[in-house]
Design a protein around this ligand. Structure first.
Ligand code: MN
Length: 232
């Protein structure tokens, strides 16, 4: 018998390649402007300390292997942008994690999209207000299956790309991260205590742009399951 005043909302979880058990999600951290060419296209120098924002865990749009997720075009925007990102899934928590120890905290990796209501984000930036309405809306965090780190290959050197309707829009490599995976985990863990179930969207390379209803996005990172999402 539950003692809650309404049924407890389910814990959002992501499938894991090769496992029957799923990865239960606690928090979603995102890194801003973590590829130099993307920082430049957004009007910044490309060199700054890492900064972070969050999305609610239930903003995930979980897409199983081989399936195409359906993302409803969100309200309040006329400039919905894609950002393909490597997602690191934390399996072991900690705080003040050393860079040298950081990779041991990673359970696995997935392809994610940091979908952004760019017009609202730009407006909030201009006013010095929080980004939540531009970043943390429903279905704003599509994600594919998590691949255990040992099975993901050389993820630090993997190609990362995004196609829209079969045309490549973003095309880079994870080596171009300004703050690499270990450094990002180390920085994050000075500000928050990381816990198992945390996801880190590590930032997007250059080439971001808008999608409209009907567009089919395919995010790709070598070694991981591709992520297919159609805007509907
Ligand atoms: Mn992003």
């Amino acid at each position: 018998m539950s003692n809650t005043v309404f049924p407890t909302p389910p814990v959002v979880s992501v499938p894991v390649r090769g496992r029957a058990e799923r990865f239960p999600v606690r928090r979603i951290y995102c890194v801003g402007r973590n590829y130099e060419e993307h920082a430049k296209e957004m009007g910044h120098s490309g060199r700054e300390a890492p900064f972070f924002f969050m999305k609610p865990a239930d903003a995930l749009l979980v897409v199983d292997a081989g399936k195409t997720g359906r993302m409803p075009y969100p309200s309040l925007t006329s400039n919905l942008h894609y950002e393909v990102e490597l997602v690191a899934a934390i399996g072991t928590g900690g705080k003040n994690i050393a860079v040298e120890a950081a990779m041991k905290h990673v359970f696995g990796y997935a392809v994610g999209l940091d979908m952004t209501r760019r017009d609202l984000q730009a407006d909030m930036k201009k006013q010095g207000r929080p980004w939540d309405i531009g970043k943390g809306f429903d279905d704003s965090a599509p994600i594919g299956p998590i691949v255990p780190a040992a099975a993901a290959g050389d993820i630090a050197n993997a190609a990362i790309a995004l196609d829209v309707n079969g045309i490549t829009k973003q095309n880079s490599t994870v080596t171009k991260l300004i703050w690499n995976i270990a450094e990002t985990i180390a920085h994050l863990s000075t500000a928050w205590t990381l816990q198992p179930g945390d996801l880190i969207y590590t930032g997007t390379p250059e080439g971001v742009g808008a999608v409209v209803a009907g567009d089919l996005m395919q995010g790709r990172i070598a070694g991981l399951d591709p992520l297919l999402v159609q805007v509907v």
